[in-house]
Design a protein around this ligand. Structure first.
Ligand SMILES: Cc1ncc(COP(=O)(O)O)c(C=O)c1O
Length: 371
């Protein structure tokens, strides 16, 4: 590992397996099926491991759906905020479940998706905005004011009864509280009960931190099972983050240390192109090492003044060449990487279950030009 050139994203299959084992347990207890949210994580080189435990993928676009279909297989689901004719022309050949954001789009495309030229047995669903959510961020709150995500009026659903196969509610974001998840599900059950009795499946979206140590899995299972039985529906969860939590690091090296009152270690990666969510959500990247007395700001090497991973108190002193590892670098990180400043793109490295370390992707100048 020491011979690897930084920067690189490191994916640890053993950490993924830990989450997959939880999925297996929940599935066996409840019959709830899990589809991987590709918007969060699409490193297809580890899909062989994940597809043993997960039922398929869910996508946000035609390209993600194609990726899921080609590299993961099984159940290929998609929810798009708005489909185009071009999307539907391709999706009808590969999708198993197509979830619409509006009644108008459902009416526009339902016939073609159920025609003889479409894949057999495509199931159609509708996303519903339940007007409640558990999200610490307004930006990621699907029930935020004037949200465009999901059918917002219950009246609009009436003409769909008996015509759609499924319903989708995505109302959590990084929600670690079982109690709030459970309370919201009760609310949804009461408010949409009549509609839910007439569908065959319900997806409860993503954003639930069921893979965190200490999450009450038994209560979670009981709740999901009771919900499925109450409405006689197949239940789906669409985890992104929870499926790959703890599995990714961004590994970089210190290139320089500068001082302006405080010391800043400048590393060979950058927040904006390589860990964009930290900027968007104004968070510090987590660092994987013991805390101590040596304080550093760790900054990226882009031209952006605010290109800062965070301020840390470390046990060791940093010097040029020190390797720094940022945690939680798999979800919503690798999918958002970009070529800002033309910086060297981190390679993708996978630590396999058998301990073998594989560099699956390296980037060079040609990739920059081609982008
Ligand atoms: C509809 C839908 N499903 C699933 C997810 C995955 O969420 P997470 O990665 O937080 O589990 C998202 C995230 O935005 C989403 O919008």
């Amino acid at each position: 590992m020491n011979k690897l050139k930084t920067p690189y994203y490191l994916i640890d299959e053993a950490a993924i397996l830990k989450n997959m084992k939880k999925i297996e347990h929940i599935y066996l207890e409840t019959d709830v099926r899990f589809v991987l949210a590709l918007k969060c994580f699409s490193v297809w080189q580890v899909f062989d491991l994940m597809k043993k435990y997960m039922n398929g993928t869910t996508s946000s676009s035609l390209f993600e759906a194609k990726l899921g279909y080609e590299k993961f297989g099984k159940d290929t689901q998609i929810f798009s905020t708005a489909y185009s004719d071009r999307d539907i022309a391709e999706l009808k050949k590969i999708a198993d479940k197509v979830i619409f954001n509006s009644v108008a789009q459902f009416e526009k495309y339902r016939e073609v998706l159920r025609s003889d030229s479409a894949k057999k047995g495509i199931s159609l669903g509708i996303r519903i905005n339940p007007h409640i959510s558990n999200s610490p961020f307004d930006l990621a709150d699907p029930a935020r004011k004037y949200s465009r995500l999901g059918v917002s009026s219950i009246k609009e659903l009436t003409p769909l009864v008996g015509r759609v196969d499924g319903a989708m509610f995505h109302y959590n974001c990084e929600n670690e509280s079982f109690e709030s998840f459970s309370k919201s599900l009760d609310f949804i059950s009461d408010k949409y009960g009549k509609f839910l009795q007439k569908v065959r499946w319900v997806s409860l979206g993503g954003g639930i931190s069921w893979s965190k140590d200490g999450y009450p899995i038994k209560k979670f299972c009981d709740k999901l099972k009771a919900f499925g039985e109450k409405f006689c529906v197949g239940v789906y969860l669409e985890p992104g983050e929870a499926a790959i939590a703890g599995a990714g690091e961004l590994v970089c090296s210190v290139l320089d240390i500068v001082k302006n009152v405080k010391k800043t270690a400048i590393v060979d990666a950058s927040v904006e192109p390589h860990m964009l969510d930290m900027l968007i959500y104004r968070q510090n990247a987590k660092i994987n090492e013991p805390a101590g007395q040596h304080e550093y700001i760790i900054g990226g090497r882009s031209c952006l003044a605010g290109d800062v991973f965070g301020t840390y108190k470390l046990k060791r002193e940093l010097s040029v060449g020190s390797v720094v590892r940022f945690a939680d670098a798999a979800g919503y990180t690798m999918v958002k990487k970009n070529w800002f400043n033309g910086l060297q793109m981190p390679s993708i490295v996978i630590k396999r279950l058998n301990g073998k370390v594989e560099v699956v992707r390296e980037y060079d100048y040609k990739d920059f030009i081609n982008s």
